[in-house]
Design a protein around this ligand. Structure first.
Ligand code: ZN
Length: 320
């Protein structure tokens, strides 16, 4: 691909603040990582100390001085306009932190702060969709289930910044109580902990020598990764568990498809690692529920760049 020289000179700094690691990268205008570093998240540090350590690390990049703007993705309730972290579930010390102005003071570079589900969606837009689609929905299937919406090639944030809370769409009004206060949220079926919980219950009444051998009486080892490994080995129970979880995912995706009619849905995060075992039953459910033309148009895939989406998306936020 021939790249326009003047465009490729522009570099952006992306920061992905997770609960375990902080990823920092210099990214070009096409979403390619030029330099990157990973550091442990200083969970117990005061926000200013954590931010100072991140900025110090970023300044070690050879291309740091060439970066124009900074983008940050962080989990939680983010005031995008003011660049404030109102609350972050991973960082208990962070309450009403003026992250944007803090970083701008330390770096003298314009900084943008957004929810990590939104930056992941931008990452999927640039890396998985190669910026080709106008509309895309990215769904993170982790402990929590988050979503980011791209419309007209831009993040859609909604009236108060809450758009994309896909994990809290009700798929069973009489279902389980969710942490958000609602009952029967999609997250209570397809979030990582609920997948493990369902699997434990299912295995009480179904035989599975392969899983039993992998777990050795320690049920806390029944994770989505282990269930994927067992399914790959041909374990019938593991496949049935994924059929159930994938079916629930399909109910949710049918709602998303009918409501937004996106060109693509990209799945990322731990549970999406189950690949075809979760995607195929989801597609069967979509065929039963969603509008035919909308379902046909929508390309559903697991991201090939799960580890990079956040940091590249954050840098692309800086580009926007
Ligand atoms: Zn909920």
């Amino acid at each position: 691909m021939i790249k326009v020289i003047e465009m490729s000179n522009q570099l952006y700094l992306g920061i992905d603040m997770g609960g375990t690691n902080v990823k920092i990268a210099v990214v070009n205008a096409y979403g390619d990582i030029i330099e990157e570093v990973v550091m442990k998240t200083a969970v117990d540090a005061k926000p200013i100390a954590a931010v100072l350590a991140i900025v110090r690390k970023a300044k070690e990049f050879k291309n740091y001085s060439k970066t124009k703007t900074i983008g940050i993705g962080i989990a939680g309730d983010i005031d995008f306009i003011r660049g404030k972290v109102r609350f972050s579930p991973n960082l208990y010390m962070w309450k009403n932190v003026a992250l944007k102005s803090m970083i701008e003071r330390l770096t003298r570079k314009k900084t943008l702060v957004d929810n990590d589900a939104n930056t992941a969606a931008l990452g999927a837009f640039w890396l998985d969709a190669k910026a080709k689609y106008d509309s895309l929905v990215c769904i993170t299937l982790g402990t929590g289930v988050g979503g980011g919406i791209i419309l007209d090639k831009k993040i859609y944030r909604g009236a108060s910044g809450s758009a994309g809370e896909i994990g809290h769409i009700t798929i069973d009004p009489f279902g389980k109580k969710c942490n958000c206060g609602n009952t029967g949220c999609a997250e209570t079926y397809i979030g990582a902990n609920y997948v493990s919980e369902y699997a434990c219950k299912y295995l009480e009444t179904h035989m599975s020598p392969i899983i039993e051998n992998l777990v050795k009486d320690n049920n806390s080892k029944i994770t989505p990764e282990l269930l994927f490994t067992a399914a790959k080995k041909g374990d019938k129970s593991a496949v049935e568990i994924w059929n159930y979880v994938g079916g629930k995912l399909g109910v949710l995706l049918s709602d998303v498809i009918n409501f937004i009619n996106p060109e693509s849905i990209i799945l990322c995060g731990g549970v999406s690692g189950a690949g075809k075992f979760i995607i195929n039953p989801a597609k069967e459910e979509i065929a039963k529920r969603a509008f035919k033309s909308a379902a046909k148009t929508c390309k559903i895939a697991v991201s090939k760049y799960t580890q990079k989406l956040g940091v590249v998306g954050a840098a692309m936020l800086a580009k926007q």
